[in-house]
Design a protein around this ligand. Structure first.
Ligand SMILES: [Fe+2]
Ligand SMILES: [Fe+2]
Length: 465
């Protein structure tokens, strides 16, 4: 799919949306439908000549086609997003061999109002459409893709395996809640026990892993990332092991209350109405309630989760909890939560690079965030946090791989693009620290990974490209 650019991807989604809309007004043979379908068939056909499958869908309200994301949706995309959400479809996968006839029939079935995921899936089978399949919202999990689970591999190191276990633990907790069960606490406690050891020794690999912004699994990654970041901040402040563990557990569970918020609100593209926002604001208390019912978790974990949106000046939500006594733990989790949210793609929001994120956070000190804690966080993350994409004065583009505690200007980096623009298939690792009085290069600027279409997360993991 390399040759499909953003414009091409946008065109395909727009054509599909147009054909779906047209079905409401015209018979399938009408040019208003036939024209976009013919063009779509042609472009899809050539895309499927290069790849076995193409897929598109919606994750956290953001439409995507293959690796292309449409952060600011056009009317056509917003309309298609809403239809996908209504039908609870997360992804449509089209495979090589797709015929025009199948495409036309699929568009007709898809355009029918009121046909949800199950009905549509059954109709696709009935009509013998074999080259299109659907995946339900949020159902693409690591369990569904065992061969592609990068976290299971033994040789990827402790941090990576632990991060993967954490993802699975939070995933199964959310699944239990969805099924109306009280989740077990043991898996998350176990994983945090492992993370404490790593965090106390050298948190840089785990911190680097928080740069894996997998938008298929955004919610779970966010939970794990907030746990990792909160633990690292707690450890850097000299907190004891028990407190660091509490931060890890509370961080990982901070948003589990969202599991009980309707998906249409959670994934809504665009601004929430005030009634919807009121509903969303219930997630801290819903999460705290579940945690209180989970065996083996200290009650103060529930308190941290309850308070994670109260803000430093305690003007946040839940309003009824503003006057309750909370300790600094909620402000630590709030910092981790804010940092991960602004460095991650969200609906209508481009992710901010790590360094710019730290600057953004300094602007909301005193109101939303605790100034002393933000200062400690900035100090801990360093000038160029692991995962930052930088341009060197050799014109090479590299990702920061390891911080250098002795010289924050000279981290170890992995060079991804050579000075003449050639992309390297295997990155070259270089320390920017002086060696025999000479420096390999200096960082001159931070680069937006999206402009370069680079998923930095995968380059901060040892040997895993
Ligand atoms: Fe939250
Ligand atoms: Fe959050």
């Amino acid at each position: 799919m390399e040759s499909l650019d953003n414009q091409g991807a946008l065109r395909m989604i727009t054509l599909f949306s147009g054909a779906v809309k047209g079905m409401a007004f015209y018979p399938a043979s009408h040019p208003a439908i036939r024209q976009p379908l013919l063009e779509l068939d042609k472009v899809l056909g050539s895309a499927l000549g290069r790849a076995a499958e193409v897929s598109w869908g919606i994750i956290d309200g953001v439409m995507f086609f293959e690796e292309h994301l449409f952060i600011t949706p056009s009317t056509a995309i917003a309309d298609l997003s809403n239809r996908m959400l209504e039908k609870d479809i997360g992804r449509v996968i089209m495979s090589a061999g797709l015929t025009f006839d199948e495409l036309e029939r699929f568009v007709r079935l898809f355009s029918a109002k009121g046909s949800g995921f199950e009905l549509l899936g059954a109709q696709i089978m009935q009509e013998g459409i074999t080259h299109i399949r659907l995946v339900r919202q949020g159902e693409e999990t690591f369990e569904n893709q065992p061969d592609e689970d990068p976290y299971d591999s033994d040789d990827n190191g402790d941090s990576l395996a632990t991060y993967g276990q954490a993802l699975k633990a939070i995933q199964s907790i959310c699944r239990d809640i969805e099924r109306g069960r009280i989740p077990h606490s043991a898996p998350v406690i176990r994983v945090v026990d492992r993370m404490v050891g790593i965090t106390m020794q050298d948190p840089s690999t785990l911190l680097g892993l928080t740069m894996i912004k997998d938008y298929d699994n955004y919610t779970f990654n966010h939970c794990v990332n907030v746990g990792v970041l909160a633990m690292a901040l707690g450890a850097s402040l000299g907190m004891d092991t028990m407190s660091v563990k509490s931060l890890g557990i509370a961080g990982q569970l901070h948003d589990i209350g969202k599991t009980m918020i309707p998906k249409l609100i959670l994934n809504k593209p665009g601004k929430l109405s005030s009634a919807e926002f009121d509903e969303m604001k219930r997630h801290p208390e819903l999460g705290a309630k579940i945690i209180r019912e989970m065996k083996g978790l200290d009650p103060h974990i529930a308190q941290i989760v309850l308070g994670h949106h109260l803000h430093f000046n305690r003007s946040g939500y839940p309003e009824w909890a503003q006057k309750l006594p909370f300790n600094q733990m909620i402000d630590i989790v709030a910092i981790a939560d804010t940092y991960d949210a602004i460095t991650t793609l969200r609906v209508y929001q481009h992710p901010v690079n790590p360094r710019a994120a730290l600057t953004e956070m300094q602007k909301i000190v005193g109101t939303y965030l605790d100034g002393a804690l933000v200062a400690a966080f900035v100090e801990m993350m360093g000038k160029y946090p692991v995962g930052t994409l930088v341009r060197l004065d050799t014109n090479e583009v590299a990702v920061v791989y390891r911080p250098n505690p002795l010289d924050e200007e000279a981290p170890t980096v992995r060079i991804l693009i050579e000075g003449d623009g050639t992309r390297l298939s295997v990155p070259i690792e270089r320390s920017l620290a002086e060696q025999n009085g000479v420096r390999y290069a200096n960082v001159v600027a931070v680069v937006d990974p999206h402009l370069k279409n680079i998923n930095v997360g995968k380059f901060v993991v040892s040997g895993n490209y």
